[in-house]
Ligand binder design. Structure first.
Ligand code: ADP
Ligand code: MG
Length: 253
């Protein structure tokens, strides 16, 4: 346990603050006044039926989508500001998707080094060290020279997580990162995320893995039809307050 550090005034407060965001695609209103906060070191799981707006909410935080109204603060940056420095934002926020999008003609380590070299402008020696440390963090230090096709889906997803981690983000977003994997491969990816959470990483993840969410998340956000319907600790899954959450938990997606 490290010594207590006094938080300087102005640096306290949440890492992510989403306030009353609205987003439509054409006539389809997808986010209808969504608000939530993520504190430093927190792991928050977002659950909800397909189409409820989970991915859109996540993508707005990394400015892959623009909100129509409302505000988003991430690490002191206003994401809804049209003049935001996207380069800086994307260094602070890592995002991992269901698809790993690794370059097939590059080795695992080269895949991770790419952004370190070109985005962070790291010299080769530094990028080699940083990428190897990230690979070791996800338990794949021995696969540095392998090509993606030589790895299982679970291993490829761990590489994608390592690629994001190597950029040293302040917050990581995960959008259904295990959904494309065979059930026997999801465990290894969930374990990596659990280790990250235990190590103090600030994380916001969309997942269908209810048992995992309940066990690992500090708080769960249940989204329903573009709104935050229920928020609470893992136990809220044992005792839903609303018929909507009860139905979702009984019927699944
Ligand atoms: P979830 O992740 O909860 O399944 P999404 O945020 O992906 O939900 O989608 C919510 C709604 O927004 C869906 O009706 C979906 O079709 C629509 N949507 C999402 N992205 C786009 C887009 N880029 N263009 C048009 N409609 C979209
Ligand atoms: Mg989604």
């Amino acid at each position: 346990m490290s010594a207590t550090v006094n938080t300087p005034v102005g640096q306290a407060g949440p890492i992510v603050k989403v306030d009353q965001i609205y987003k439509s695609f054409g006539s389809n209103q997808v986010l209808k006044g969504v608000s939530f906060e993520v504190q430093k070191g927190e792991m928050i799981a977002i659950i909800g039926a397909s189409g409820s707006g989970k991915s859109t909410a996540l993508r707005c935080i990394d400015r892959l989508e623009k909100v129509d109204s409302g505000t988003i603060d991430v690490c002191g940056m206003r994401v809804d500001d049209p003049h935001i420095d996207l380069h800086k934002l994307r260094q602070e926020v890592g995002i991992v998707f269901q698809s790993y999008n690794l370059f097939p003609h590059l080795t695992v380590q080269e895949n991770i080094m790419l952004a370190l070299r070109h985005v962070k402008q790291q010299p080769k020696a530094q990028a080699l060290t940083v990428s190897m440390a990230a690979l070791e963090q996800v338990g794949l230090g021995n696969k540095a020279d392998a090509y993606p096709e030589q790895l299982s889906g679970g291993q490829q997803q761990r590489v994608a997580i390592a690629r994001s981690l190597a950029m040293a983000p302040k917050v990581m977003l995960f959008d259904e990162v295990t959904s494309a994997l065979d059930p026997q491969l999801t465990g290894e990816v969930l374990r990596v995320m659990e280790d990250l959470a235990a190590g103090g990483m600030t994380m916001l993840l969309v997942t269908h893995e209810m048992a995992f969410a309940k066990r690992v998340a500090d708080r769960i956000i249940y989204m329903h039809q573009g709104t935050v319907w229920e928020v609470g600790p893992g136990e809220m899954l044992d005792n839903p307050k609303t018929p909507e959450l009860r139905a979702f938990l009984n019927n699944g997606l």
